[in-house]
Design a protein around this ligand. Structure first.
Ligand code: FE2
Length: 377
């Protein structure tokens, strides 16, 4: 089934890119209790407090905590009132990703380019100012109730953006070596994958760089299909999954069931030393999917020589895969909240630009064991 992969690397010609993106600006989560979530992500993952907005800064219906580690910025937002959109979002979906914010040179142009191609506006270009300058933001809807915001901050010198004030925390856990967002994966409903592939192509100028069908990604019980969308310079990658028919309920169906619709399945975060990062995360209580030790019996026959010793990878349950350009090391956390919805991937790329297709079977069998334990298989 090797030939079911299609490779079509994005072009870097600037003239073709009507939506130049400089990367992920931040990921915003709507959560039930932002104060406690911020503490969890600081403690477990090694983030530092950066900024805060709430009643003390004039925001009467919500609070947001901004935490940061290297180039990774999370915003954790909670409603203060029951009859409020954020409260309804959390009631329906549980804790989850609301906003994938993208860094742009010109947020007004980003909004015009995407909405004229059929993107549904979420936020018309809005100028926020304070004594540190201005941020311009705009936004469009994507799958489910998820939003892409375009953030223009070239004329801003403040800590995060107008409306936020700096947090001086006495609690500053050390970094775990998490660097930046590598990719963010969306789960969409039955027969919706190609619709969203077209959305990213037409509205945002992305290209489909890899495709996996159910013959690549199936176990005895369940299946899914996936297409990886990338922007022109490859800084922003959004794989899109949809369920496929299998003997039992697939992991994507379980997600759609508990999230009450489409949404972000996982955020993949880069590290330069996955053994050190995962050792640290585990010591802080982060739980990962367990891979049977038999996976390591023949993994080097499949991927060839690697720089790392196999023993620590096997002890930690880190998976290995390769493509034409190199290899990658990856591991997947258990869900980060009580609903079996959002999880994180930790990834170290050693040349490989792919997403771990060779690990899908071992990974999905591990996921199914978890699903079975929840009674959802
Ligand atoms: Fe991934």
């Amino acid at each position: 089934m090797e030939n079911t992969i299609t490779t079509n690397q994005p072009t870097t010609t600037a003239d073709a890119d009507f939506l130049p993106l400089m990367g992920t600006d931040y990921v915003e989560f709507y959560v039930g209790n932002a104060k406690q979530s911020a503490h969890f992500y600081k403690t477990a993952f090694g983030f530092q407090s950066l900024a805060y907005a709430g009643p003390e800064t004039g925001l009467m219906d919500r609070v947001s905590y901004v935490i940061r580690q290297n180039k990774l910025t999370f915003v954790l937002t909670t409603a203060l009132r029951a009859d409020q959109e954020i409260a309804q979002h959390v009631s329906k979906h549980g804790d989850g990703v609301k906003v994938l914010a993208l860094m742009v040179e010109n947020a007004t142009d980003a909004w015009q380019q995407t909405t004229k191609r059929g993107g549904k506006s979420y936020l018309e270009p809005k100028r926020l100012t304070d004594e540190n300058g201005e941020v311009v933001m705009s936004g469009i809807h994507t799958y489910g109730e998820t939003i892409h915001l375009f953030i223009e901050r070239k004329n801003y010198k403040g800590i995060f953006m107008p409306g936020f004030r700096k947090i001086e925390s006495v609690y500053n856990p050390a970094s775990t070596g998490l660097l930046y967002v590598d990719h963010c994966v969306g789960n969409v409903g039955w027969n919706q994958m190609n619709l969203w592939v077209k959305f990213y192509e037409k509205v945002m100028g992305f290209k489909n760089i890899l495709s996996f069908d159910d013959s690549d990604i199936s176990t005895e019980y369940s299946a899914l299909m996936s297409k990886v969308m990338s922007n022109g310079n490859g800084f922003v990658k959004f794989p899109i999954n949809e369920p496929a028919e299998g003997k039992k309920k697939s992991q994507v169906e379980e997600y759609l069931d508990f999230y009450n619709g489409e949404g972000v399945q996982h955020v993949a975060i880069a590290t330069a030393d996955i053994v050190a990062t995962v050792t640290d995360l585990k010591s802080r209580g982060v739980e990962f999917l367990k891979i049977p030790s038999s996976y390591y019996d023949d993994v080097l026959d499949r991927v060839g020589k690697i720089d790392e010793d196999l023993a620590p990878l096997s002890d930690l349950g880190i998976l290995i895969d390769k493509d034409e350009e190199g290899y990658l090391l990856q591991i997947f956390s258990k869900p980060l909240q009580d609903r079996p919805t959002l999880f994180f991937e930790i990834i170290q790329r050693k040349g490989a630009k792919s997403f771990g297709k060779g690990n899908f079977k071992a990974l999905f069998e591990a996921l199914e064991r978890e699903q079975d334990a929840r009674g959802n298989l």
